[in-house]
Design a binder for this molecule. Structure first.
Ligand code: GLY
Length: 379
């Protein structure tokens, strides 16, 4: 494993993302927000921070964060964006950039993304382009952001043509995941993040998947130790993959298990909130396993086991459990062909030879996918 330092410090677990001069720590624990200023201070080029958050998170945690920055002698101001996926667009990026420039940020100012994936992605993108690059840190407050989007430096916004089509790789200086913030998360949001946790087991860690079969319910119910273990295992898995393939030239594409289908499902709902990202990924992972079975690559028992666990957790695993819109195989295929992973007209699928044995394939005849979707939709 390429994670070079993972030590249990008592108060927090530390996972190192090894990227040479751009290496950084992921700190996982409880009650970490109060300590943010102290942990940040040694990393800052100047003692000035711009906090970026959303209207849901601000009333919950912004005061604590500001107080922590104050105690550490860090000058700060905050930008509060509207909550929701629709904030990840050009209009809000412009608003954010205007606010940063009005406040006269300098090259040494650090942005702090306090919130879920939307806040992290748009803040990281703004950090990458304002004054040709500012530092930023991720303080993820959702399970999805803690185990996936805050780690690895993918930043960006959505466009009318699809999700995350505009952005850049820009690594944070620190990720601080306080599992205490998960207590205020709506159950559906938490479950959506849990799909990404399961993903790591399905990709290459059958033991972790088996652990989740036993302890996943505890993770979702709020057991502290189980949550910390799940977040740490997920971050360690992601850190190893990112260290090996930062810019998704190969292995990092495994993290897209369920995403080729999932992004198409999300696009069909128009990102209207009726289908959350993790829900789409859960349904997408089931489809990816079904496709693997249909191609004779994966035992049907493994696909059934993956589906059983996701379903037991309460995630949607088939079209009957997805929003009741007029699903069409043609429309879903059209979305897949717009994905940024399309190469020479062929789209990329992450398939599996079993639980914990995922692999990337660019060789799948689209007719097979089309038929799979028709059968799954029931038309
Ligand atoms: N969420 C997939 C990745 O970071 O590569």
């Amino acid at each position: 494993m390429t994670v070079t330092a993972r030590e249990v410090t008592g108060a927090a677990d530390l996972i190192r993302v090894e990227l040479g001069a751009r290496s950084y720590d992921i700190v996982v624990g409880e009650g970490l927000l109060a300590d943010l200023g102290g942990r940040l201070r040694p990393l800052l080029a100047q003692p000035r921070v711009a906090g970026v958050t959303d209207a849901n998170v601000a009333p919950l945690y912004l005061k604590d964060v500001e107080a922590s920055l104050q105690r550490a002698g860090i000058d700060h101001f905050s930008v509060v964006l509207p909550a929701g996926e629709r904030t990840k667009d050009f209009a809000h990026l412009r608003t954010l950039i205007d606010r940063l420039l009005e406040a006269r940020v300098e090259r040494g100012t650090t942005l702090v993304a306090l919130g879920g994936g939307v806040v992290g992605d748009i803040t990281g993108f703004a950090a990458g382009i304002v004054l040709r690059g500012l530092d930023y840190v991720q303080v993820p407050t959702t399970l999805l952001a803690q185990v996936d989007s805050s780690v690895g430096g993918k930043t960006g916004i959505n466009t009318a043509r699809g999700k995350n089509l505009v952005g850049l790789f820009h690594q944070p200086r620190l990720v601080l995941a306080d599992v205490g913030t998960l207590d205020t998360l709506a159950p559906r949001q938490l479950l959506s993040g849990y799909a990404e946790v399961v993903k790591y087991g399905l990709i290459d860690d059958a033991d972790f998947f088996a652990w989740l079969e036993g302890r996943g319910a505890a993770v979702c119910a709020g057991d502290r130790a189980a949550r910390i273990r799940a977040v740490c295992a997920s971050c360690a898995a992601k850190a190893a993959i990112v260290a090996a393939d930062e810019r998704e030239a190969g292995r990092r594409a495994l993290l897209n298990l369920g995403h080729t289908f999932g992004h198409a499902l999300e696009a069909e709902t128009g990102y209207d909130g009726t289908l959350l990202h993790g829900e789409a990924v859960a349904a997408g992972m089931v489809l990816a396993f079904d496709l693997s079975v249909r191609l004779g690559l994966c035992p049907i028992e493994d696909a059934a086991r993956a589906r059983r666990h996701l379903e037991a957790a309460g995630l949607p695993c088939g079209f009957a459990a997805l929003p009741a819109i007029r699903w069409s195989a043609d429309a879903l295929i059209a979305h897949m062909m717009q994905d940024k992973k399309v190469r020479d007209g062929r789209t990329t699928f992450v398939l599996a030879r079993g639980i914990g044995e995922a692999f990337v394939s660019r060789d799948i005849a689209i007719d097979v996918v089309h038929q799979l979707l028709r059968d799954a939709i029931g038309i």
